[in-house]
Unconditional design. Structure first.
Length: 226
């Protein structure tokens, strides 16, 4: 199998784009193939590539490309998280799919309609410019129906108390594409931007503890990516 590497501006690493039609559909077998792909990437100097996209032409008449995001986790080549999506990797997938012939050549004004298989998002990528080595897009997330407010609250409440580092911290958990935890910075003794960027490892550890507590509350592995 041939994979393609594409890097969207602002992403922490490139995305490794693979043809989903050439991979197993069953999850255990799929992850076995992706483990081997990561081992190959590591041997070729690509251990820093932690974003994988599985793409194929969409069978749905409203879309051009089906896209599934896989977050590779550090620590071992068989560690992955399939729960979320990534806008940077969606853009990388469009470029790679066009370069590989899966989509028509990108030209200014063209629109590529992407179906995100992880969470059902509909994304339209309109080409602003297409050059030899890069492309620019305007991206629109299309909402086909109004989202009931309760669907945005994974715990069913606007406020949730998490226990982290032996403390009770009130947060708001919101699910929109991915799931987020909003916390009042003042409760973490971060009164302003300067304090945030000089906080160091102690604040990071507290944030990681909050993230793990939220994951456990949702029944997710605390060591996952989302």
């Amino acid at each position: 199998m041939i994979g393609h590497l594409a890097h969207a501006a602002g992403a922490p690493c490139p995305t490794f784009v693979l043809d989903a039609a050439r991979l197993p559909r069953e999850e255990t077998a799929l992850l076995g193939h992706l483990t081997e792909a990561r081992r190959y990437l590591t041997s070729a100097g690509g251990a820093h590539v932690l974003k994988i996209a599985l793409v194929e032409p969409s069978a749905h008449p409203m879309f051009d490309l089906d896209y599934r995001f896989v977050q590779a986790l550090p620590g071992a080549p068989d560690r992955f998280d399939l729960r979320g999506s990534c806008g940077h990797s969606a853009l990388a997938s469009v470029v790679a799919a066009a370069r590989s012939g899966m989509l028509p050549r990108l030209v200014p004004g063209a629109r590529v309609r992407v179906r995100v298989r992880n969470n059902g998002d509909s994304v339209v990528c309109e080409v602003d410019r297409a050059e030899r080595d890069e492309a620019g897009f305007t991206v629109t997330f299309v909402q086909p129906r109004p989202v009931p407010f309760t669907e945005l609250l994974p715990t069913g409440s606007t406020r949730t108390v998490l226990r982290a580092d032996g403390r009770r911290v009130e947060v708001s958990m919101v699910a929109s594409a991915n799931t987020y935890v909003f916390v009042d910075a003042r409760s973490l003794q971060v009164p302003d931007e300067a304090a945030l960027f000089t906080a160091g490892g102690d604040l990071l550890r507290r944030l990681e503890s909050l993230r793990a507590a939220a994951a456990e509350l949702l029944g997710w592995p605390p060591g996952g990516a989302f």
